[in-house]
Structure formats: structure tokens, C-alpha cells
Design a protein around this ligand. Sequence first.
Ligand code: AMP
Length: 281
Amino acid sequence: MSRQMMVVSTLEELTTARRLLDEPLGFVPTMGYLHEGHLSLAHRAREECKSVAASIFINPPQFGPLEDLSKYPQDLERDLRLLEQAQVDLVWTPTPGIMYPDGYQTWVEVQDISLPLEGVKRPGHFRGVTTVVAKLFNAMHPDRAYFGQKDAQQAAVIRRMTRDLNFPIEIVVCPTIREPDGLAMSSRNVYLSLEQRAAATVLYRALQTAEGAYGEGERNGESLRQTMKDVVASEPLAKLQYASCADHETLQELERVTCKALLSIAMYFGETRLIDNVVLG
Ligand code: AMP
């Protein structure tokens, strides 16, 4: 059945709108400023579910004090147009006051796998993510929720939380959508100057070079990390934060790659922080 997309803000409106949706319901949580990466999640949900809902919420607790919360890009009108074209049935756009009213004091924290990689560089980030996703799940009651491989650690942390807290929700992780030159799509790419944008192809190039070495038989974790670092060092505008070759499940750094592994990388171009990853094996 095709009908007009519903856009709601309050919890009461959401509850009423949710009752009108057929099941199974697929859910795509976002922070808005949508691009093809986000839309690929909505398309996948559309293929697999009777109804599709999305949320647009820039979640303050997942930003550190020195991060880009106040200047995070926004264009709600355009986002809604794109979601409507993607045949989304319901969009929830709560405010920070709805999600975290006065007196709010409950947090959801996944322990070990929140700690390495992004957890080291962005302390408290995943506590903000898991808390908001748990709240979104509790309000939306989806059957499936769609996340991007682009944020591999986030997907792993959310999968763990979903299991640990018995959410009856299937977590679906979808492939990273890239620009033609390989740069992973990200709302933050708009911050890059032309020069930085050209330099940013180094992320995927570093991952691909290490993936190539793995393809040729390299199994030493440190060598794969060093391969990525060497590629990044050739790009003067890139400031590397980490280059990791870790166990795909535990996210612990590997000495030897004998299982499925996650190659991941984070770096700054000026003030803009970008991440990317590929899976080996
Ligand atoms: P965000 O708005 O950045 O919180 O992202 C919302 C969802 O879109 C998350 O599950 C992301 O992993 C996913 N996502 C962001 N960029 C991409 C991309 N380039 N390809 C696939 N999924 C993405």
C-alpha cells in the first residue's frame, strides 16, 4: 500500500503512527544530512520489510566536548524528500529534550568491544550511541534494524547490545557505499576543502594496499598495520590516528591473521576526522 510518509516528533505521535505500520518493520537510525550510504540502508529495508521507518537525530551524548556537534551539517527538508523518494513510511525526528528530558540519568554501556579503536580516540562515544539506539529501539519496536559497515565497530557494539539486552530485533549490516574514487560516503565529507577531498582517497588506498598484501599471503598483523601507515605517510594532508588489524569479533589487535579480520583506519584532514575499514577473510 502506498501512502504519504508520516513525519513525527513527539513520543506520543510516534506511538500512534507506529500502530499504523504493517510488520515486519525495518528501521534505519541516522543523524541526517543523508547521502547514498544512508539511502542504501533504506532501500535494503524496503526490499526486506513490509514497512520502513527512519529516524533523524543528532545525538549530543555521542559527541565529545571537542567534537563537531554544534556544526554537524543539517538539511531536514532535503532529508525528508530523499526518504520519501526511498518510500520510507515513517520518519521520527525527536529533539534532544524529547530524548533526554530534565533529570535524565540512565545509560547503556557495552564493555570490552567499546574500548579499543574508536573507543580510545572518542571516550564515551559508544555509551552515547548504545544509549540512544536502545531508546530508539524501545520507542520504535522494529523487527529489523539496518546499520552500515562503514561504522564497523558501531555495528559490532550494537549487535552485542541487542543480544545482551534481549532486544527481539535482527541487526542487518549493509556494505559501505563509496564515491567513484573510493572515498566512503560520509556526512562529514562536506567539511573537506578541495585539496583535503582529493587527499582523502588515501584512506581507502591504504586499506586496499593492505588488503592486496593479505591477498598475496601476508598474515603478519604488524606488517599489515605498517603497510597502511606507510601509504598514509605519503599523504602530507593526512594525520593518522590509528591503523588497525584486529579480530573481527573481539576487535583485539592481531599478531597473525588466522581468522576473519577487520582492517580499520582513522585520520584527520585539518579538523575533519574520517574513518573507513575493510574485512579480510
Ligand atoms: P550516521 O548518520 O552517520 O549516524 O549514519 C547512519 C547510518 O548510516 C549508520 O548505520 C552508518 O553506518 C550508515 N552509513 C553511513 N555512511 C555509510 C556509507 N558510506 N555506506 C553505508 N552505510 C553508511
